[in-house]
Design a protein around this ligand. Structure first.
Ligand code: KE4
Length: 438
């Protein structure tokens, strides 16, 4: 049982100095926008190392980590078995641009855990996985349009960077500079948890929708569970319209269960996208599903997709070592820790009287600064982001590292212990009071 982390947070001058240098190198001083703390203000913390449930910043401050690198680190930081597997693989060579046994082993492990992935292809990120899955779906159906959920995030491929237009189900508008109207001209948006909107959109575009892509348990509008029966209805609607159902399980895959959300919910998608946990903290994504659809992928079929480092042996080793530890006992423990967190935070919110509520699925959670319920992007956006920002910093100053944005998900790992959860809960009350003292 790992000991509770002792957290003491002092000055962050070294992080500030590093951030100044980083700003002269990288847009926003970061290599991924959400790390810049723009949603919560202040200067991003520069992490020097992680061990178990803790991360340490450039000033030597210790934090209990409930971000977990946005999801991959279900075992915690520097798991000894994962590190040993990486070192052993690297000692044999880091990349060959040729097939290796390790990719066969990880592919077999993924298919055993997610049987709907009859055939698959390894890539190097979640974005590559979803981008490729959509291309295959379009190649398989010969159709152009795709449907995504407003507030769903599937990486930064042009076709998926769309902003909601007016109305419930409209053609997307470019959600980023540099994305052309043509690139998103075939992307339709619907609200999450609305079977009616999905049915209406499919009926409005008969025979022209290639795929629906959806996070089965969205984590990118904050954590928002699907309404009972919603995903089953999507499966039925996709069957009726000959549409490829793509579940983006980059977050939920191996997080909510070894078989992902599809295993828990009893849904068999046509394609699945994985990332994060499956790579054990190294760059890895996977897309795969029905053999007849994947038969379209080059070199078997006409849909081209490639990658120099796809199936990278070191990433394969990290994934294999991670999946090897994700057994039923692991998920039972994650659920027990998640329940402890949920009970403690809910009691603390009640005691504080704050207009906030916790949403949790297994070891993933979001503390929304509104009274809820949050059922889609529109209701998620009613959360008070200024209060979340104050809460984030109050918790950070107490040695608890959370996602630096309200509409994201936090994570508990197998490296956390009961005392770490209690430390989180203990830091909550004063932090809630600070957050809501406006
Ligand atoms: P990557 O390309 O970042 O590996 O994966 C894209 C992606 C795809 N699908 C889902 C459901 C995702 O959540 C993501 C990436 N998640 C974000 C945070 N929610 C990664 C953090 C970041 O962008 O820095």
């Amino acid at each position: 049982m790992p000991a509770a982390a002792q957290t003491t947070v002092g000055r962050r001058t070294a992080s500030a100095a590093l951030f100044e240098r980083a700003r002269r190198l990288f847009p926003g001083g970061v290599n991924s926008p959400v790390r810049a703390f723009n949603a919560v203000g202040g200067t991003p913390v520069f992490i020097t190392r992680g061990k178990g449930a803790q991360v340490f910043d450039a000033d030597g401050n210790a934090y209990l980590d409930f971000l977990g690198s946005w999801g991959p680190l279900i075992l915690g930081h520097a798991d000894p078995d994962v590190v040993a597997a990486i070192a052993a693989a690297a000692a044999d060579g880091t990349t060959f641009g040729a097939s290796t046994e390790r990719e066969v082993l990880l592919g077999e492990a993924v298919r055993a855990a997610v049987p709907s992935m009859e055939r698959m292809r390894f890539v190097s990120s979640g974005t590559e996985a979803t981008m490729s899955a959509l291309r295959v779906a379009r190649g398989f159906t010969g159709r152009d349009k795709i449907i995504k959920v407003d507030g769903g995030y599937h990486g930064h491929a042009d076709t998926l960077l769309v902003a909601a237009g007016s109305g419930a189900a409209t053609l997307g508008l470019p959600g980023s500079a540099g994305v052309t109207a043509a690139a998103v001209g075939d992307t339709l948006l619907v609200p999450f948890n609305s079977e009616t909107a999905m049915a209406a959109t499919l009926q409005a575009h008969p025979g022209s929708v290639a795929a629906v892509i959806i996070e089965p348990i969205p984590g990118n509008m904050g954590l928002v569970p699907p309404a009972a029966g919603y995903l089953q209805a999507l499966r039925r609607l996709c069957d009726e319209h000959g549409v490829v159902l793509i579940l983006d399980e980059v977050i939920s895959g191996f997080r909510v269960a070894r078989g992902g959300a599809q295993g828990v919910l009893g849904i068999r998608p046509d394609l699945t996208c994985l990332g994060k946990i499956v790579g054990g903290g190294l760059p890895l994504g996977v897309y795969g599903g029905r053999a007849d659809i994947m038969a379209k992928v080059a070199p078997d079929g006409p849909v081209y997709q490639a990658g120099t480092l796809s199936g990278n042996p070191v990433a394969m080793a990290a994934g294999l070592a991670t999946l090897a530890k994700l057994d039923a006992a692991a998920y039972a423990r994650l659920e027990k820790l998640g329940q402890r967190l949920e009970r403690g935070v809910r009691d603390t919110i009640a005691e504080s009287g704050a207009a906030a509520h916790l949403m949790r699925v297994g070891s993933a959670f979001t503390l929304f600064f509104n009274r809820g319920p949050v059922t889609d992007f529109a209701s998620a956006k009613t959360a008070d982001t200024a209060r979340y920002a104050r809460f984030f910093h109050a918790m950070l100053d107490r040695g608890i590292y959370l996602p630096p944005a309200q509409l994201e998900a936090g994570f508990v790992s197998l490296a956390h212990c009961e005392a770490d959860i209690d430390a989180f809960v203990q830091a909550c009350l004063p932090s809630l009071r600070t957050a809501t003292s406006d």
